[in-house]
Structures are given as C-alpha cells and as structure tokens.
Ligand binder design. Structure first.
Ligand SMILES: *[C@@H]1O[C@H](CO)[C@@H](O)[C@H](O)[C@H]1NC(C)=O
Length: 211
C-alpha cells in the first residue's frame, strides 16, 4: 500500500513537470491567418529580440482627422511577440475636443492611464448605467470587456493616454462607423435605430457610408 502511494506520488510529479514543459513563446507568423487561438508560431530559430520589442508607440498619432484623435495599436498584428500571451497595448492621442467615439472591444477589457492632459472617459453597462469620470495625468480607469465606451479630450491642450488589453487581439468596433460607414440601405438603418432619414444620410455622407 505504501509502495503504491509512493509510486502514485512519483507519477504525479512526473506528470506535473511534463505539463510545465510548455513553450516559452509563440511569436506570430503574421504572414499566416489569425485564428481564435492566435497566429501559428514563427520558427523559433528565426525569432530575434526585435520580435519582443515595438517602438510604434513613441510617436504621437496623427490627429488631423474627423475625430481629432488617433489610436496607435500595439496588437499582435503590429507586435508579433504578443501572440498567445493574452495582452496588448495602444496609444491614444487627442487634440482639444478630440474623441475616440463610442466603441467596444469584443475580445478584451481595457485599462487606461492618462499621461498628459484631461480625458473624460466613460462606459455604459448592460443595464444602461453610465460610469463617467474626468481623468488627469497618472489616473487610471478600467473598461469591462465588450461594453461601449468613449474617451474625449475635455482639456485645453493635447492629451494622451496608454491603454492595455487582456488579449493580444482585442478587436475594435466603433458604433457610428458600424451604423453609418456601411452600405445598409438608409431605410433599414432608420427602421433598426429609430433615427430619422436626414440624419442617417448626413452621417453616411460624413463617414463614407452609402445607400
Ligand atoms: C496628418 O494627416 C493629414 C490628413 O491625412 C495629412 O494631411 C498630414 O500630412 C498628416 N501629418 C503628418 C505629420 O503626417
């Protein structure tokens, strides 16, 4: 009986250590197709330090656009070393009055830290409760997965923030673009949103939709 118990112990230790022998990393082969389980791994023999470094967040994004704001992603497509690690980042730049309009990340929660300026940020829960706050340098806010949220520069100067996500590929769907940058006939957009046709046509014109 004692022998069997010791044998059991040895076998379970062997099993747990063989389970621990997982891969250190799986740098994305970004030439392949992304899947729900991530990209396939690049050949480890070809992995270099560059795969684990991304310098694209150093520079301010270009805010000369319709939203006066820029999102610079460091998702797995830009930063292959993130593949399989369950996290990613992005940089937000907002000119005065700039806005990251209502949007969701279907695949991740988000945490934001303001580095410069004043950003009014908020989200709406499934119960339609609104949680909104003006954040300044060093202040942090979290946006739960899948919920609609926004960031708006309510200060007088340029604002920026860094965000991180608990997914290498959080996804991004912007509400107004989903509604008005598409080719769904305006009558159907109206019937499904209760908005009036003139407003729908105007927003489709501004955002590049048709129909
Ligand atoms: C920023 O974007 C605008 C509009 O596309 C463009 O005209 C301008 O040259 C860009 N600025 C820089 C610094 O790239």
């Amino acid at each position: 009986m004692r022998m069997i118990r010791i044998l059991f112990l040895v076998v379970s230790i062997l099993f747990s250590s063989s389970n621990a022998l997982t891969q250190d990393f799986c740098v994305a082969d970004v030439k392949a197709v992304d899947t729900p389980a991530g990209y396939p791994c690049k050949n480890p023999a070809h992995v270099t330090a560059e795969d684990f470094v991304f310098d694209g967040l150093k520079m301010s994004g270009n805010t000369t656009n319709i939203i006066s704001a820029a999102v610079t992603p460091a998702f797995v497509a830009q930063f292959p070393g993130l593949n399989g690690l369950g996290l990613s980042m992005a940089r937000l730049d907002l000119a005065p009055k700039g806005v990251i309009p209502f949007h969701t990340h279907p695949g991740a929660s988000e945490i934001l830290v303001v580095l410069r300026g004043a950003i009014t940020a908020g989200f709406v829960s499934s119960a339609n409760s609104v949680y909104v706050k003006t954040l300044r340098k060093g202040e942090v806010m979290v946006f739960p997965q899948g919920l609609l949220h926004f960031q708006l520069n309510t200060g007088k100067s340029h604002a920026n923030a860094f965000v991180s996500f608990n997914s290498p590929n959080p996804g991004l769907q912007i509400l107004d673009f989903a509604l008005f940058a598409n080719n769904l006939p305006s009558s159907l957009v109206g019937a499904t949103t209760f908005l009036d046709l003139a407003q729908i046509k105007k927003l489709k014109g501004v955002l590049g939709g048709s129909g």
